[in-house]
Design a protein around this ligand. Structure first.
Ligand code: SAH
Length: 284
């Protein structure tokens, strides 16, 4: 979205310590901070990136949030996939405009947003009705603010268990963020078109082993597993060095391609041993 900041849209107010607050602009409303009040009317009509001051003189910069900022600030039911991983998923799963993508589970909808932003048509499977509703709400809010550019028809969430099967055919991509993706490999073989890509996000390497084993006896080939490390730097005068702290681990990304001459349901995998969880470390 371009032009001046309008009533009804979400903006990020950032203070001089880079603390961020996501607020929805409304005429006459006030944003209370420890350093005084920002009147929304001071912000409405300003350019993206304008500075405003509280009555007490503290400076805030008002910015339209990026997709990454919305994802980190939005209300979450489940943990979201971190932006560094979302960016990598876009390339590794080769998401393109019009791609037919099945995503499971949907969680808070962060991955859905990244897929829609890249122009995909997304069907999401989510086992928990409360999460499915939350994701749909989060995505609708984003579509309303023009941040993902897709039509509502590009997104559909179904309350269902991905381990039971996939009710879609001729999919281009299957993207999994659930505890036992090996139980979806056989279903994905049937639902994907030849040359399609399966990608799974997994927090623990024992889960990755089990997935890779299932992939190795399936119609998928060229499997690869990797992690994305993001290290920021402190740059101030002559103090130029990596930051002391970083997010050391979020999840592993595994992707593979479906060959044309596979046999169907083999490599489906069986029920897991029950103690594997998708408990994601904070933050994701
Ligand atoms: N990728 C999401 C986070 C997903 S968290 C995001 O970026 O926001 C994992 C989700 O998988 C949870 O919401 C959980 O309810 C769902 N889930 C777990 N098992 C499932 C299954 N068998 N079928 C569908 N969804 C499942």
């Amino acid at each position: 979205m371009r032009g001046s900041l309008r009533a009804g849209e979400r903006v990020l107010l950032v203070d001089n310590k880079r603390r961020r607050h996501l607020v929805t602009l409304a005429a006459g409303a006030k944003f209370h901070t420890h350093a005084g009040i920002v009147e929304h009317d001071q912000v409405i009509g300003q350019a993206d990136g304008a500075s405003v001051r509280t009555g007490a003189g503290a400076r805030y910069v008002a910015l339209r949030p990026t997709l990454a900022e919305v994802i980190l600030e939005m209300p979450r039911g489940a943990q979201v996939i971190y932006p560094k991983d979302l960016a990598a998923i876009g390339m590794l799963a080769d998401i393109y405009p019009g791609a037919r993508v099945l995503e499971a589970g949907v969680g808070s909808g962060a991955l859905s947003m990244a897929l829609l932003r890249a122009g995909a048509q997304v069907v999401g499977y989510e086992i928990r009705p409360d999460f499915a509703a939350r994701a749909e709400k989060n995505v609708a809010a984003l579509a309303g603010s023009g941040l993902i550019g897709s039509s509502p028809a590009a997104y559909r969430v179904e309350e269902r268990d991905a381990y039971e099967g996939i009710g879609e055919f001729d999919l281009d991509r299957v993207i999994l963020d659930l505890p036992e993706p090996w139980r979806v490999v056989g279903h994905a073989e049937v639902a994907l078109r030849p040359g399609g890509i399966l990608l799974a996000y997994l927090p623990s390497i024992t889960q990755v082993s089990q997935l890779r084993e299932a992939l190795s006896i399936s119609g998928f080939a060229m499997a690869e597993t990797l992690e994305v490390l993001q290290r920021t730097w402190h740059i101030e005068g002559r103090s130029v060095r990596p930051d002391h702290r970083m997010v050391a681990h979020t999840g592993f990304l595994t992707h593979a391609r479906l060959l044309a001459d596979h046999q169907g349901e083999q490599g489906c995998g069986s029920a897991g041993d029950g103690d594997r969880t998708n408990s994601h470390p904070e933050p994701r």
